[in-house]
Design a protein around this ligand. Sequence first.
Ligand SMILES: Cc1cc2nc3c(=O)[nH]c(=O)nc-3n(C[C@H](O)[C@H](O)[C@H](O)COP(=O)(O)O)c2cc1C
Length: 379
Amino acid sequence: MFDECVIRGRHFVPARFCAPMAGYTHSAFRRLLAELGGCGAVWTEMLAARQILSENFSTSPWLRRYSPEQRTVFQLMVRAGDPFDRILNRLGERGVDAVDLNLACNSMCVRACEAGSALFENLAALRTVLSEVRSRWPGLLTAKIRLGSRCRDWQPRLAERMRLLEEAGVDAVILHPRFFEDKFKRRARHELIPWVASLTRLPLIANGDLTGPEPVQRQAGHFRSACAVMIGRSAIVRPWVFATWNEPVHLDIAEIWRKMCQYIVEDFPPAVAFRRVQMFTKYFAANFAFGHQFNVEVSNAPSLESGALRTDFFRARPRPSLIPRSQDCKSNRLRTASFCRSFRTVMSRGDRREDIFLDWRGTGALGLERSLLGLPIQE
Ligand SMILES: Cc1cc2nc3c(=O)[nH]c(=O)nc-3n(C[C@H](O)[C@H](O)[C@H](O)COP(=O)(O)O)c2cc1C
């Protein structure tokens, strides 16, 4: 599923995308994703549209692109009154060909700017922004939304906005099926995807709580009306989630962490780089049985140069782990939870060598032993 899709005449192969995440989908992370492969397009973190006018496209860790082949969609925080002609001209001149409008962010500071969810709710302002952007932007234009505010008439309100997006000439909509107020509570309501898709002719990109192929296959009926899927938090935990969608891949997880740190250090000034490494580690540590301790050490490290962040945290090169394919997981009864995969790797701290299970939130056992031995998991 989701091997490819076409939006506004552009082919996306595969139709599996990385979500915009403020503080995470910067140039360093996008570079890592491009190297790992398998991601059809990656969204930048939300960029204040006006800021585009003063950023340097060659050096900015938000705008910089390493891999020209990687499709990058620039997500903008916009509001009525922004100088769209100058902003969009600048993006076009710098070779950007896809822009996404954030109509989903419900944070106080974004709402205070009358952007994000506040813009989604203000129909008149939304109409103006969409019409101005569409008339000045010939490239791909998407909009990222939630279900709206939790209220009695949320359905007709959402239907009205879907109509507006379509009439304004948006090319696709990304749906994170939670209400604004939910933040990340409750579960994403995937069962609503077919209904939302029925409201519009626009292609719908499904987002929310997706961790890999398993939840998509399990709920194939819900996802059939979507043209693509978009993964957020799981892509930070496992940046290889796209690369391993169909095939097992040998990975050196510690090396991936090191690479991420190196790319962050290359792109960000030291003080910001340190914070970005800490933020990434908070998610990435979930891959390790000693993840909590690892995270604490990185969080408490006084600086980037300190011991905890030097590569000797993983002194021995971990044995590459075999990521099982989804079918393998199924046949091995490893499907209870999407994170349900385990690896063992050999790592060392100091002189002490430890055999460690990299436990992704509790796993069934079958198939695991074979993966420990680096053998293919049997069907
Ligand atoms: C740390 C973090 C930062 C995020 N930043 C953005 C953002 O800048 N723009 C946006 O549209 N959504 C943002 N989101 C929401 C994600 O794009 C996505 O819709 C949400 O995480 C649900 O997908 P997931 O369950 O796969 O993570 C952010 C989410 C997280 C966890």
